[in-house]
Design a protein around this ligand. Structure first.
Ligand code: HAS
Ligand code: CU1
Length: 599
């Protein structure tokens, strides 16, 4: 770290100014080469983003409130059976599987999709300027919301208790699948709008390097487009016609394979929007700088190419898939971990740089000088810390040799609560602490409670992760009402009292975290507007090593990563290469399995 030149900035960001973010002077006034959005467009863009974010957090609120029931189940306490005996509650939540479906769909699918659609619409449109079509942006929002409402009806009536992975031949009401398809289609319209705005900017600014925040956003959207194709084909060609009764059966293996085509990269659709903040905004919130724009572009370019062709790592246990293809997907999975490793060192260096500029010293002593007083920044550092074991666990899952030990055990929910549940969700919670004031002009209510909430979330998730990974290793299955088992002796023989206790405790800590967080968020939203939202600017960071503005003078790395459409095409070709030989035989041996309702 000593080789990185430091600017004499500690006086600019003293710790006592924690929470006050200084804006990148250029990015706010002059969108890179474009024209600034006019006042009416900006106001409309902020409003639609706010709507996306609010719907996202409403979904998360309901999902999070169901979470403790799940944690208590794995702590040996069965509240579901109790709830089922109370008529009012039974009408809302009749079984464990309905609760689990709602929890997974609302948190992992609805919250993420709405938040990301707002966040990654706002950032590039704001940065690139021009004249985006706001009617289209609003249409997309309402379309996504309509899809959500359609899907919600069968979910709430316990008529689509198929968990967030769908897995035919379990069969829910057609309305659920149609609503979900409309939601995904709406996200693809956001993708289309962002890419169109970016291409318009490129036409207006020939030879310019795409500014970094827009680069990361467009890359993520292009990755999501290629990723979504599997789910689109599954739902439109197989699931909807079958759930409407137009076909008598469905092929479970083909459905699962198409699902995981999307199901793995969807995790990067959740992660990369957090990475955008870790790379581009968190350094500024810490009073420091982003390390390298070219390196950041390399990481995102790698995500575009390698995120999708890896889905078979969810199907190692599935029969009738050739082991060679499973092995190839395994190696590609290890490859897609590389840009996350790049990210770890890069964002880690940015944190260290900022802490040293604030007077931090020592091998680890600098950690104390991070901006721990600021809830937004703290949330994201804690999210990053949780992703160290989260990512390491992912590499275990991906290894064909280890997978049989952990697959379908409690280890897996342990893994995803410190990835999507913390790396992503806690980052989005932290982002909301500045984004909501920025969008609304309302000041964050109770910043100390906000800080408490993120620490509680972090420790709650760590407790859960330890408890669930541990139970998984002992052999406890995932997705089971283990607390009401008729064979308790099986679990007693596993000596899992301690991890069960940790898991139950995590549910209580996370309930407290959720209540504190949503109090802060909703009170902020309901408070009167006190200032211009721009008083809380977007915390753009300067970079130690920039990509430059002119392509002709940029490094080979920058020029080589500029063409995101070509990278997207490469991703599609690679994906087809590793999927067509797997899917082809399934199509030629299509199995007609009738639908089942097992709940
Ligand atoms: Fe995963 C299952 C493999 C990442 C989510 N994953 C799941 C499921 C979910 C999920 C939801 O190969 C369950 C699906 C289901 O219901 O069946 N996962 C991986 C691998 C990665 C990975 C290789 N997963 C994620 C992310 C998720 C997520 C990200 C959500 C956001 N996962 C699997 C596999 C399965 C699986 C199998 C199937 C298991 C089975 O058997 O069913 C990699 O992308 C991970 C790479 C990450 C790293 C870590 C980098 C660390 C960083 C932080 C640095 C921190 C710093 C802070 C610098 C290499 C970037 C320092 C601060 C200081 C103060 C010092
Ligand atoms: Cu995966």
């Amino acid at each position: 770290m000593t080789t990185i030149p430091t600017r004499p900035a500690p006086t600019r960001y003293p710790p006592e100014l924690a929470g006050q973010i200084e804006a990148h002077p250029l990015s706010l006034t002059t969108p890179a080469g474009g024209t600034t959005l006019d006042t009416a467009t900006l106001a409309s863009l902020k409003k639609v983003t706010q709507y996306y974010v609010v719907v996202a957090f409403l979904a998360l609120f309901i999902g999070v409130m169901i979470g403790p029931l799940q944690a208590l189940n794995y702590g040996g306490v069965d509240l579901y059976t109790t709830i089922a005996k109370i008529p009012v509650l039974n009408a809302i939540l009749s079984t464990y599987y309905q609760g689990l479906t709602l929890h997974g769909v609302l948190n992992a699918l609805v919250f993420t999709q709405f938040f990301i659609s707002g966040w990654m619409l706002y950032l590039p449109l704001r940065e690139l300027g021009g004249k985006p079509n706001m009617k289209f942006a609003w249409f997309t929002f309402w379309m996504m919301t309509a899809g959500l409402l359609m899907a919600a009806v069968p979910l709430l009536f316990n008529r689509a208790t198929v968990l967030y992975t769908l897995y035919p031949p379990m069969q829910g009401d057609a309305l659920f699948y149609i609503g979900a398809a409309i939601m995904v289609a709406a996200s693809l319209l956001v993708f289309g709008q962002v890419v169109a705005v970016w291409l318009g900017w490129k036409r207006a600014n020939p030879g310019r390097v795409t500014p970094i925040v827009s680069y990361m956003s467009v890359a993520t959207w292009i990755m999501w487009f290629v990723a979504s194709l599997g789910l689109v084909v599954e739902v439109v060609a197989l699931v909807i016609p079958w759930s409407l009764g137009w076909r008598s059966g469905i092929d479970p293996l083909l459905s699962r394979t198409l699902f995981w085509w999307t199901g793995h990269p969807i995790v990067y659709f959740w992660l990369l929007p957090a990475y955008i903040s870790w790379y581009a905004f968190l350094p500024r919130q810490m009073g420091g700088r982003m390390v390298s724009e070219p390196l950041t572009r390399l990481a995102f370019a790698m995500f575009v190419i390698f995120s999708v062709p890896v889905g078979l790592h969810h199907q190692y246990a599935d029969p009738n898939i050739n082991n060679t293809w499973k092995t190839i997907h395994m190696f590609l999975t290890f490859l897609v971990a590389v840009p996350s490793l790049l990210t770890a060192f890069s964002v880690g260096a940015a944190l260290e740089d900022s802490a040293r500029m604030r007077g931090g010293s020592g091998l680890f002593g600098w950690i104390r000088r991070l901006n721990w007083g600021n809830a937004s920044a703290t949330a994201q550092v804690l999210a990053m810390i949780s992703f160290i074991p989260g990512g390491a666990g992912g590499i275990v899952n991906a290894s064909l040799a280890f997978a049989p030990v952990v697959h379908n055990t409690a280890w897996i929910p342990g893994h995803f609560h410190i990835t999507v549940g913390t790396a992503t969700t806690l980052s989005f919670m932290g982002i909301a602490f500045w984004l909501v004031p920025h969008l609304t002009g309302k000041r964050l209510v109770a910043p100390k409670l906000a800080l408490t909430s993120v620490w509680l979330w972090f420790w709650g998730m760590i407790l859960m992760a330890v408890g669930m990974h541990w139970q998984g290793l002992a052999g406890v299955p995932r997705r089971a009402l283990v607390s009401a088992t008729t064979q308790p002796q099986v679990y007693d023989a596993m000596s899992i009292a301690l991890p069960k206790f940790l898991t139950a405790a995590s549910g209580i800590v996370l309930l407290a975290a959720g209540l504190a967080f949503f109090y802060v968020l909703f009170r902020t939203l309901l408070s009167p507007r006190t200032e211009d939202g721009e008083a809380t600017p977007i915390p753009y960071s300067d970079a130690i090593s920039t990509a430059g503005t002119e392509l002709s003078r940029a490094s080979g790395l920058v020029r080589g990563t500029e063409s995101l459409l070509a990278l997207g095409l490469l991703s599609l070709i690679l994906t087809l290469l590793v999927y067509l030989p797997v899917i082809g035989p399934m199509i030629s041996n299509y199995q007609m399995v009738p639908g089942q309702r097992i709940w």
